[in-house]
Write a protein that binds this ligand. Structure first.
Ligand SMILES: Cc1cc2nc3c(=O)[nH]c(=O)nc-3n(C[C@H](O)[C@H](O)[C@H](O)COP(=O)(O)OP(=O)(O)OC[C@H]3O[C@@H](n4cnc5c(N)ncnc54)[C@H](O)[C@@H]3O)c2cc1C
Length: 294
């Protein structure tokens, strides 16, 4: 075995844009990287995402598959499982899987994303990401100058409607509690029916719903989170645990935007900060790394 091949051992939890980018940059900086991902990304049902140069209108599953192929070429280990619990000492982090397997690292990147708590409305969930969305910067263009409803299921719906009006003047705001069903052929939307019998024509819907950070691993590692559960970080993604960084939506409380390109940027930023910490001698105590066979 080469004696100089690995700078440090890093665990990345989360295989979305944030985690995959962190893993790529770390692997290329000669770290041994393990990505743990339970394959429930926020955009799992999204037909195509937008706003990422060269990947505009790409299916998210295609993006992840291509990234995993790239990571494979650098020898990154992929574990398709959920982290059930986690622990850290001042020297290493340990991730425990549901089957009891434990994975150890010198440092970790948490890119676990957020969860959208969608209102229980007939026909909504199966259109999430195809004709029902959360963000006009992501999907407003496809609905420009068309009839759109904004569904109010959380504070901020009026602001969302104001934003959507940049793309189309035909915006109707409805309370989630007043909506009976979203209707149309397959995953398309043609109209929304309300409890009072009204029918609103709409080819798209934007939902203001609660967004919940997936920060259970961060809490287990005693990383500080804010009142809403977002991981508190510095600009480079460092958390209050000196062995742990965060990237992507889970470290982006409102009004910070949630975008694939921003999650990717976070992953790269965290990876570079981690590498610099190894080089500065602030990480990697648990094993001897540079110049010594592992
Ligand atoms: C309907 C919709 C449409 C969107 N459209 C766009 C768009 O057009 N353009 C755009 O830029 N953005 C879009 N977004 C936003 C975009 O999806 C997110 O900003 C992006 O996915 C964030 O990436 P991430 O890596 O932070 O999190 P995610 O992509 O959510 O990845 C997090 C990963 O962590 C894993 N995970 C979480 N907890 C654990 C655990 N305990 N153990 C193991 N794995 C775990 C999950 O399985 C998941 O794969 C859209 C979002 C939605 C909801």
């Amino acid at each position: 075995m080469s004696t100089t091949s690995t700078v440090g051992e890093v665990i990345v939890v989360g295989g979305g844009a944030g985690g995959l980018t962190a893993a790529l940059v770390l692997a290329r900086a000669r770290h041994r990287v393990t990505v743990i991902d339970d394959q429930t990304p926020r955009n799992a049902t999204v037909g195509e995402f937008h706003g990422f140069p060269t990947r505009d209108a790409t299916a998210p599953h295609r993006f992840r598959a291509d990234a995993l192929t790239e990571l494979g070429s650098y020898g990154v280990t992929i574990v398709r499982s959920a982290v059930a619990s986690a622990l850290s000492t001042d020297r290493n982090v340990a991730m425990k899987m549901a089957d009891g397997t434990v994975i150890l690292g010198d440092a970790a990147v948490l890119a676990t994303g957020v969860h959208d708590e969608l209102p229980q409305i007939d026909g909504l969930a199966r259109r999430w990401g195809t004709s029902v969305f959360n963000c006009p910067f992501c999907d407003g263009w496809e609905h420009r100058d068309r009839p759109v409803v904004v569904i109010d299921a959380a504070p901020g719906a009026d602001h969302l409607a104001e934003m959507v009006r940049s793309w189309t003047p035909d915006v109707t705001v409805v309370a989630a509690a007043d909506v009976v069903a979203l209707c149309g052929e397959g995953s398309t939307l043609t109209h929304v029916t309300l409890r009072d019998g009204r029918v609103i024509e709409a080819t798209g819907a934007f939902v203001k719903a609660p967004v919940v950070p997936r920060s259970s691993v961060a809490r287990a590692l005693e990383c500080a989170v804010d009142d809403d559960g977002y991981i508190v970080t510095t600009e480079t993604g460092a958390t209050s645990n000196p062995l742990v960084w965060a990237a992507g939506d889970v470290r982006r409380p409102p009004p910070m935007p949630h975008q694939v390109v921003l999650a990717a940027a976070d992953g790269s930023t965290a990876a570079i900060a981690i590498h610099k910490s190894f080089i500065a001698g602030a990480l990697g105590f648990s094993k001897v790394h540079q110049g010594v066979a592992r």
